[in-house]
Design a protein around this ligand. Structure first.
Ligand SMILES: *Cc1c(COP(=O)(O)O)cnc(C)c1O
Length: 376
């Protein structure tokens, strides 16, 4: 056949997700831990590697890792599901709780995968936009839940890319207001140090997502996990790919999880560095910085796309350009890196803004100046 029967027509509007990023000396774009695995862990891996059974299929349910996570959270292993990154688990949740004729309540701007996975699974998206300061419109969400037709609610907590936590009282109100599956995405839990875990006992519709990709330096391997009522986990095991989490990843993640205390001082350092970035950006006129409880900072700057280019091409610093995303006009997101990387980013920002303002005053740019923005 020279012809190809068309695929699902509802995929027409989707653009392929291409996370490929330009190369940069300093990459502050993906909220990764700037440090590789601690040498204690790497040494142990190297020592045990010759005995690793590469020839064997993995345990489909990541039994060892699952038990470790359950124990650490005061749960049974039946309350834990390990996935190929948090992303796979989000997809699985929509395979089981979404689908044609079903609805996901979303609060944009938020993690882009929620919307993409809703589209791929044919789930109808019900969007309740956040306020200009990126706080959730709590009354509107609770009001919308009253109709009783929402099947799942996803909340990123803290919210990526805006950085803020929701009020705990609001999350409890949501859990009380609906029997829909409520995903509280705690991908940045290790930085925010806030969790809804204590509410699992009372709310069977609460599902918590965590990941090894951010605080635990394991973005390369793709390991995330859910904490949920055992009925939720059972349902998800119907739709998930049985061997999605490979044996090597299970092994390394278990080792990292056992040794997780060694990350603590580093996480505290990253939190302090986040404050350095926030403070540094706050000093720059023409920049609006949003508070963050995660390992990244969202900020608004005039002509953000041009500033992003200057950062990359003039200074070798890559940040995330969100300026074309809905509700995020002129917004950039910078991940917390090493002290040197953060200093380089801040120095670059200052130079770029000074240069742009100067050329604006001289009238030599195409109207891309920061004047009229007052000193803030
Ligand atoms: C990074 C992230 C995830 C999951 O990341 P994985 O690398 O797939 O584990 C989930 N939710 C949010 C909000 C994130 O930022």
């Amino acid at each position: 056949m020279k012809e190809l029967r068309p695929p699902r027509p509802d995929l027409d509007g989707l653009t392929p997700y291409d996370a490929k990023e330009p190369k940069a000396e300093v990459n502050l774009s993906a909220n990764e831990n700037p440090g590789n695995l601690p040498h204690e862990v790497v040494d142990k891996l190297a020592e045990l590697l010759p005995e690793f059974a590469f020839n064997r299929y993995p345990d489909p349910m990541s039994g060892k890792l699952r038990q470790l996570i359950a124990d650490a959270n005061g749960l049974e292993s039946g309350n834990v599901l390990v996935g190929n990154g948090g992303d796979e688990l989000i997809f699985d949740l929509l395979l089981a709780w979404g689908g044609p004729g079903r609805k996901l309540l979303n609060m944009p701007p938020t993690f882009a995968m929620y919307e993409i996975d809703a589209a791929v699974t044919g789930t109808e998206l019900v969007s309740i936009p956040r306020r200009p300061d990126f706080s959730v419109d709590e009354a509107a969400v609770l009001e919308r839940l009253k109709a009783g037709d929402i099947d799942a609610v996803f909340v990123s907590h803290p919210n990526n890319p805006t950085g803020n936590l929701q009020h705990e009282t609001f999350l409890i109100d949501v859990l009380n207001a609906t029997d829909a599956l409520v995903l509280v995405d705690e991908a940045y839990f290790e930085f925010s140090r806030h969790t809804m875990r204590p509410h699992m006992q009372r709310h069977h519709n609460l599902v918590i997502l965590r990941t090894f990709s951010k605080a635990f330096s394991l973005a390369a391997l793709r390991v995330g996990y859910l904490l949920a009522h055992e009925d939720v986990i059972t349902e998800l095991t119907k739709v998930r790919q049985p061997y999605s989490v490979d044996r090597f990843s299970q092994w390394v993640a278990a080792m990292v999880f056992r040794e997780r205390v060694v990350f603590e001082s580093q996480i505290s350092d990253l939190i302090r560095q986040r404050d350095v970035i926030q403070h540094g950006l706050d000093q720059l006129s023409g920049v609006v910085v949003y508070p963050s409880e995660a390992n990244f900072v969202l900020f608004r700057v005039e002509h953000a796309a041009a500033v992003w280019r200057d950062l990359l091409h003039g200074h070798g610093v890559l940040v995330r350009d969100l300026s074309r995303a809905p509700y995020l006009e002129d917004c950039l997101r910078v991940s917390v890196g090493s002290p040197e990387e953060n200093a380089r980013f801040l120095r670059a920002m200052e130079e770029i803004l000074v240069a742009r303002r100067k050329s604006g005053l001289l009238g030599t740019t195409n109207g891309e100046s920061l004047n009229g923005h007052g000193g803030s």
